[in-house]
Every structure is written in C-alpha cells, then in structure tokens.
Design a protein around this ligand. Sequence first.
Ligand code: CAO
Length: 452
Amino acid sequence: MALQAVTVPDIGDFKDVPILEILVKSGDSITIDQSIITLESDKATMEIPSSHVGIVQEIKVAVGDKVSAGSVILILDTTTEIVAAAPSMVEPVKAATIPSLPTPLAPSSKDAVRNAPAATPSMMTDLRRPKNLPPPPLQSVAEQPFTKPHAGPAVRHLARELGVDLARVKGSGRHNRILKADVHDFVKQVMNEGSVPGLALPLTGGGMGIPEIPAIDFSKFGDIEIRPLSRIQKLSGASLHRSWLNIPHVTQFDQADITELEQFRRDLAAESEKRQVKVTLLSLLLKAGVAALKEFPTFNASLDSSKENLILKKYYHIGVAVDTPDGLVVPVIKDVANQGLFELAMHLRDLSQKARDKKLSPHEMQGACFTISSLGGIGGTAFTPIINAPEVAILGVSRAQMQPVYQHGELVPRLILPLSLSYDHRVIDGALAARFTQYLCFILADVRRLLL
Ligand code: CAO
C-alpha cells in the first residue's frame, strides 16, 4: 500500500481557519482537484482540493478543527492498481491536457500503467503522474480569496445545471450556507415572478431580464392599508402589461374641430328623446372611426403569429373602453359599419351598463379590430392609450373645449376635440398615422361625408 498525506496548501495569509465541512469519507475514490474540505473565514468559504489521486484511508481532521497551510487533512492510498481499478475515480480530462504532464515517467509508474486493467485515456492522464514527484502547485487556492458563495460541490453542480448564479441565492444552512433546497426555492421564486434577476441564463423565452421593483415596507414611513386588486384589474393589468412589452407604441396627437358635429348632435335631441336613447359623441366617433378604418385598412388589421403577415379584416367591430368600479372593461360593438346612429347609441348604452353590472358575456368582449377609449366625459387634454393587442391601434379621446381658432383673418370660437392615436410602429409608420388622424378630423369636421 502506498500512502500519501494530503495537506492544506498555501492559503495565503490565512491561519487557523476553521473547517466548516468535510466533503469526502473513508473509502472514497478521489481525484486531483476534487474538493475535500471547506474552510470558513469570517465572511465566506473556500474549498480545498486534493493534491493527489487515491482512495481515502483516514481522515485526520474534524469539522471545527482549525487548520493552516501544511496541516494534514487525510491519508490516501495511492497504490496505482487500486486507483486504476476504481471505476468512478477519475473525471474525464480533455486529451489536450496530456502533453503538459510531467515527464519522464518514474519506472514504478510505467509498470503500474502497463499492468493497470483497461485504463481509459483520461485515467492515463493522472496515472502518468509519478508518485515520487511533488504534486502540482495549487496556486489557485492561495490566490482565491474567501469570497465564493458558501456552498458545497453538489450545490454548485446543481446551480451550474440550472444556470443559477449562487452569489444571488440566500443560504438557509448553518452560517448562511447555501443548500440544494435554497437553489430550488430560488428557481421557483424566479419562475413565479417571471423575472430572472439571479439567473446567469434567461430561464424563460418570455423573460426579458426585466429587473423586479424591490419590495419596500412602506409602514416604515407611515400608516398604510392593503387593498387587494380586483379580479378585473388583475386580468386587464396582465394583458395591458403584455401589450406594453410586446408592441413598440407611438402616439400621434391631433385636434378635430367638432363644432358642427356637436350642433348636429344637439339637433337630434328631440328625436333622441322620442327614441329614448341619447346620441353621444362616442356614437359619432364610432361611425367616423369606421370610415377612417375603411380608408386606411392597415389599421383594421393584426400581425399573424409569425409576425411576417398582416391579417386584414373585412369586418368592423370596435372595442369601447368602459370605466367600471372594478376596473377597465372593453365590450365590443359588433358590425359598426352596418348600424345607424341610434342603434349604435343604444348598443353603447346597453353594453356599458352591462359592463358596470358585471354582466358582460365573454362573447361581448371578443373580436374587436380597433378600440376607442374616451376620457372626454371626465377631462384631460391628451393621453397615451395602450394598444389592445393583437389590434394595431387605439384611439384616445379627451375633453372637447371651446377654443379661439384663427379662420379667414379672424379668431373664431370652435369646439376642439383632442385625439391621441397610439399605434403599433411595426405595422404603421408615423406618416400613415398622421394621415389617419387627419382623415378622422376631416370626417368629424363634417359628418355629412359619412354618407359619401
Ligand atoms: N368632450 C366633452 N364632453 C364629453 C366628451 C368629450 N370628448 N365625451 C363625453 N362628453 C360628455 C358627454 O356629452 C356627456 O355630457 P352630457 O350628459 O351633457 O351629454 C358627459 O360627458 C358624459 O358622457 P359619458 O362619458 O357618460 O358618455 P360617453 O358616451 O361619452 O362615454 C363611456 C361612455 C362608457 C365610454 C364612458 O362612460 C367611460 O366609461 N369612459 C371611460 C373610459 C376609460 O376609462 N378609458 C380609459 C382607458 S385606459 O385606462
């Protein structure tokens, strides 16, 4: 039996460093550079690798013992026949490393190699190291400061497999040592949050590596109350976020002169009363919107899933954003092109009431080609609406106001309606968007054109 003591190599300025963990046991076959103990400094850990290949005969240290460079860790049986016969002892080594091994071979090693049963090339790499030559220098150990995350080889192996950066994992073991369970918990947390802050590689296809906003305990600063989001807010929030992340949004602003249109609407008051339905500005915007969609079919379209084709729709279903106590809902007015103003006004009234009563069926919220979001009844001068994907544009409407407009050499009071058109820049160019809103303004300025 050829016995070899494995000692603590040069570990720089560190002395009397406690052993945190012993990573091998008697009878284990170990290879050069395999970690055998973990040392612990005040803040971090360092794994000490074996300087020799062999089978562990005796471990000379215990957890908690303090060691310095030269302290004996364990005794190895380096008898070549035993070593070569051990099946799992040597990890594969690239053939390219063989030429750098020390030469010439000591006679005893040559014999041993000749007698060794079916040694693989990788085994040969280590077996060819003569026993009477000093072990290779382990400079890397002395040069490595105690800065590595606190984790054993099995945990490091798992982290490598999962692409997890251990520096970001919080250890729950003794002295904050990272356990396998910590790595699994970390991955679960990342998957649930849909973000990848600690992953060396992106975990999911959809993950854009967007850093999470850190959680803050606001109660440190004053009284707080926690109110859960409504179901509608959670659902619409997820789809708004998806649209916001997937679509390159641009918003085009414009102003429509609706002085005559508003007069026309007022002129309908008597008939509205008779039919018991008020023609709102929104009903007229729906009609004008369809006229613009017909003129610019690119706006009445969706990108297909390959993102290489545009699907042009020959129908005109318009979504209308409705503000309800539980959040934003978007019922869809079907076939707007074939409805008269009163019919549209009635559908609009019924659907927005249903939305507020939470009585909309899924069918009533599907199939829109384009959406109108009107905040005009509330106020504001402009906003940037988020496109309701897979639609390619949305029209935001703000509050109309009487404004002095310079016309034919004088300032005249006109009712001006602010429009905010957000569009998908992958499908629609800025020039087309400007033409679309200009056309809309042209129609709204004189709704008789809807008849043409
Ligand atoms: N400018 C000036 N006044 C306007 C206006 C505008 N752009 N739009 C509506 N008004 C007026 C109406 O004429 C009405 O006044 P009268 O009672 O004197 O006629 C009043 O404001 C209220 O209108 P309304 O908002 O109830 O009716 P509507 O048909 O215009 O809108 C609906 C219906 C369902 C769109 C609206 O109630 C609503 O929910 N709007 C909010 C949409 C929303 O939240 N969008 C944001 C989405 S992104 O978060």
